[in-house]
Design a protein around this ligand. Structure first.
Ligand code: 3PG
Length: 213
């Protein structure tokens, strides 16, 4: 039985947003993040190694909840369903992407940034959305303003979120979790410095636990 977006995001203090350039890094990277308390992983389809990386993590890191990010069309969604992704994330949404999500049954976290986009997604049954790019779309003050007229929607803001502003986002009533790349810096991945990644993940996990009480 697959988990809904809400169930998946509820298990994520933070969702690491990953661009994996070498599939050999995928499993140690996933293990490092899971060890630091971050089991929900978004592997973006922005690199040639993305699909192979997702397959390896699904096969070898059973404690991870493995999703695909930057899923922008129906073809990619169908591909991700085939390889067994637990969920998918898109920076935005299109009619055909929403249809593919429905047809494949892969939970989708679609992106939105304006009231009209949010209302459109609500009409299609989505109340769990990615707010992207968070800082550029108005960040905390925009999300605060949206919580007035659209309180039924919960967001996962990504784009410019870091340990420094995490607390401001989590203080809002309409945030389910946040996403970001800061827990897996490119140079640490390149160097195979998995201990640093576990430390950054644990730091984020601890901070969320402290903020959420
Ligand atoms: C993205 O899709 O690139 C994410 O939103 C990550 O953004 P960040 O690198 O600012 O965390």
């Amino acid at each position: 039985m697959s988990l809904s977006s809400r169930e998946i995001l509820s298990k994520a203090p933070v969702v690491p947003v990953l661009v994996i350039e070498d599939a050999n890094d995928a499993v140690p990277l996933a293990k490092a993040l899971v060890a630091g308390g971050l089991p929900v992983l978004e592997i973006t389809l922005r690199s040639a190694a993305a699909e192979e990386s997702i397959k390896r993590i699904i096969a070898e890191v059973p404690d991870a909840i493995t999703g695909a990010g930057t899923v922008i069309n129906a073809k990619q969604m169908e591909r991700m369903a085939k390889i067994g992704c637990a969920f998918s994330v898109s920076p935005g949404h299109t009619k055909s992407l929403l249809k593919a999500a429905k047809d494949t049954g892969v939970p989708l976290l679609p992106g939105a940034g304006t009231p009209s986009e949010i209302m459109y997604l609500l009409e299609h049954g989505y109340d769990m959305l990615k707010f992207f790019p968070a800082e550029q779309q108005g960040g905390v003050s925009m999300l605060k303003a949206l919580s007035g007229p659209l309180p039924q929607v919960k967001f996962c803001p990504t784009g410019g979120v870091s340990l420094a502003n995490l607390g401001d986002y989590l203080a809002l009533p309409n945030i389910i979790t946040v996403g970001g790349s800061w827990v897996a810096p490119k140079d640490a991945v390149k160097a195979g410095d998995w201990a640093t990644i576990t430390r950054l993940a644990q730091e984020a996990t601890d901070k969320v636990a402290e903020l959420r009480g």
